[in-house]
Design a protein around this ligand. Structure first.
Ligand code: MG
Length: 398
């Protein structure tokens, strides 16, 4: 048996983080945890540290880090607790680390994911925003530093599995006509009642996948599929017009690749993130994920529909932002984050999400996304503009 792979887990207390630890638990001889990182949930992180005994634990604030360090000392555990954005980059790029699971949600996950890329690590990418915001730069950095990028997002992992063996993300490939990105359609696919009345509770109740609140709302608005479209474009080097979204309510086919000879290859499985996580962890080998075998007789049928972009305008906005290029996808993403927060806080209606994103995209110019600074500035500007538009909207009493 070779040495265990050493792992840093960015976002260990989130949905992907927990699923990753469930897979690791099945293979203690294969993996050693170097660092576990969470934003605020120090008590949960304490439980994880007790079980996995990492060298480092990282939290967002000094105060939470202090709580965790004290509790760990009391338990006689030697894990060193760090805090802040710089510490995340440090544990992602540390020389002891082979593999980094990049599962911090949102723009906050970008810097540590890039730090891991620059250090030439194997990166299991679950964070969408790194590619949505800075796709061109991110992929260039992967190539320049010889990093290995393996997609964990279930659709992209399925496409990766359906591409020719040895395919390297971002490299040109032949024989692929289209990528078919499947979408469950979310909880409102067949909703009869007006979308204006959608509540955060309804938006977060996804029919097939158990996920965090932000991604659940994105899934309900289909912005998640829009972000995944942009992600797929950068990962696989396929233009937007050759990426077709396919609504597939059963979430059994996780995406497909159509070839010029008429072949269509798909990856199927139960909707459980432990499958793509285990695939990326062990690639090119296969390991058990703890997922039940797919029962085709019980599934019995698979359905497909074209997406309804009038009902789900966020998808149309994402295609437009990808076509516009430059900073447009970063603006789309930032405006969406503000809109989803406002929706979850019951300050904005569900259709208001697409309205706000569209208004911010219209208000800001598209600039070539040549440096990280330009992208960060566009992200900040979009958040400010979204806040102003929301404020104006409330004041107008609509
Ligand atoms: Mg996905």
């Amino acid at each position: 048996m070779s040495d265990p792979q050493t792992l840093t887990l960015l976002g260990s207390t989130g949905s992907i983080g927990n699923s990753t630890l469930e897979v690791l638990r099945l293979h203690p001889e294969r993996y050693r945890v170097f660092a576990l990182c969470a934003h605020r949930q120090w008590e949960r992180l304490l439980l994880q540290c007790r079980e996995f005994r990492p060298d480092y634990a990282v939290l967002g604030s000094a105060e939470d880090a202090g709580h965790l360090q004290a509790a760990l000392r009391e338990s006689g555990i030697k894990t060193e607790v760090l805090h802040g954005a710089e510490a995340l980059c440090q544990v992602a790029a540390a020389s002891e680390v082979d593999t980094v699971m990049a599962a911090i949600v949102g723009a906050a996950g970008l810097a540590p994911a890039l730090a891991a890329v620059r250090a030439g690590k194997k990166i299991l990418l679950a964070n969408k925003e790194a590619l949505v915001m800075t796709g061109a730069l991110f992929m260039q950095t992967v190539v320049r530093h010889g990093a290995t990028l393996l997609p964990v997002d279930s659709e992209h992992n399925a496409i990766f599995q359906s591409l020719p063996a040895g395919f390297k993300p971002g490299l040109a490939h032949t024989g692929v006509r289209r990528l078919l990105l499947t979408a469950s359609g979310g909880p409102f696919r067949n909703r009869a009642a007006a979308m204006e009345s959608v509540t955060p509770e309804e938006a977060c109740a996804h029919p097939n996948w158990a996920m965090g609140r932000k991604i659940s709302v994105d899934s309900a608005s289909m912005m998640n599929k829009g972000l995944e479209l942009i992600e797929a474009h950068w990962l696989f080097g396929v233009p937007g017009e050759r990426i077709q979204v396919v609504v597939h309510p059963q979430s059994v086919i996780h995406s497909l690749v159509e070839y010029v000879d008429g072949s269509v290859l798909a990856q199927l499985g139960n909707p459980d993130m432990r499958t793509p996580i285990a695939h990326a962890l062990a690639y090119p080998e296969r390991i058990a994920a703890g997922v039940a075998p797919l029962d085709l007789f019980q599934i019995a049928r698979l359905d497909f529909q074209a997406p309804d972009v009038e009902r789900f305008p966020c998808l149309k906005l994402a295609y437009a932002a990808l076509a516009a290029g430059g900073t447009a996808p970063a603006v789309l993403n930032a405006a969406n984050e503000i809109a989803v927060d406002a929706f979850l806080a019951r300050r904005l209606s569900f259709p208001g999400i697409a309205w706000l994103v569209s208004a911010v995209l219209d208000a800001l110019p598209v600039i070539p996304a040549e440096t990280l600074e330009v992208v960060r500035a566009a992200d900040a500007e979009a958040r400010i503009r979204a806040g102003e538009l929301l404020q104006k909207f409330f004041e107008s009493g609509c």
